[in-house]
Design a protein around this ligand. Structure first.
Ligand code: GLP
Length: 233
């Protein structure tokens, strides 16, 4: 799953042409980003014209807190690249003014976008980034209360107990405007939500279902995550 996703990412980055890409944080993309870093450092992939933007962040956390999205981006990607991105933009979850932080994200995406590639994971409730149940599909960057499901699983990312109540995220309008979307998922715990998102109705009760309307969305799943979606998995 990780290798396939990394190969697709590499194919979506045109050599020598400016482009804008975004990866999720979390457990799912770890193998993919490792392969991505290996390709870049080995000279197989040129990202010197590529800009990178983060997808989401826990409000209240910054790059110093292990488990934050900024921490993930630095530790697993940015600090390991021997040949860096042309530029990157990470959401600052510790910013004092979250409305301005949303604006900063919107401005970066508006200036350099739309996204050429958005790689996404899927939450247990079908969220994309922090576009939680009930989200308005037409939004750009915004701050949103974390759902009960997200709050119940978030402990796995942190070695400290944080009382986090909000997330800041790219909005679905920005994600849907991406030239290409790759949704990655692994493990049996993702099988049901993938089925709801891609075989159920398009509804903001399951935000990922909006991807059924994306003209260029690829699912990359392992056999366990795909077990309900695809009979041959
Ligand atoms: C997290 C993040 C998402 C991520 C998703 C799945 O809470 N907000 O961006 O894609 O949930 O995470 P994981 O890959 O750890 O299952």
């Amino acid at each position: 799953m990780s290798r396939e996703a990394a190969q697709l990412v590499a194919k979506s980055i045109p050599p020598g042409k400016p482009c804008l890409i975004s990866f999720p944080a979390g457990d799912t993309p770890k193998g993919m980003v490792e392969e991505f870093v290996r390709m870049v450092n080995g000279g197989d992939l040129d990202i010197s014209h590529t800009r990178y933007v983060s997808l989401d962040e826990w409000v209240g956390l910054g790059r110093r807190q292990r488990g934050s999205c900024a921490w993930f981006n630095h530790t697993h990607i940015l600090d390991r690249l021997e040949k860096p991105f042309l530029e990157y933009h990470l959401i600052d979850g510790e910013a004092s003014d979250m409305a301005k932080e949303c604006q900063r994200l919107d401005t970066f995406i508006a200036q350099h976008g739309p996204l050429d590639l958005s790689v996404l994971g899927i939450g247990m409730n079908g969220h994309l980034g922090f576009n939680e149940e009930g989200v308005d599909f037409s939004l750009n960057a915004h701050v949103i209360p974390l759902s009960r499901t997200t709050r119940s699983v978030m402990g796995k990312y942190f070695d400290t107990e944080y009382d986090l109540k909000f997330g800041i995220t790219q909005g679905l309008a920005q994600i849907m405007a991406a030239q290409k979307v790759i949704l990655i998922a692994s493990g049996p715990h993702k099988a049901d939500i993938l089925w709801k998102a891609f075989r159920g109705p398009v509804s903001n009760r399951v935000p990922a279902s909006i991807l059924q309307r994306h003209p260029n969305c690829v699912l990359v799943v392992d056999a366990e995550a795909g077990s309900r979606l695809f009979s041959y998995c």
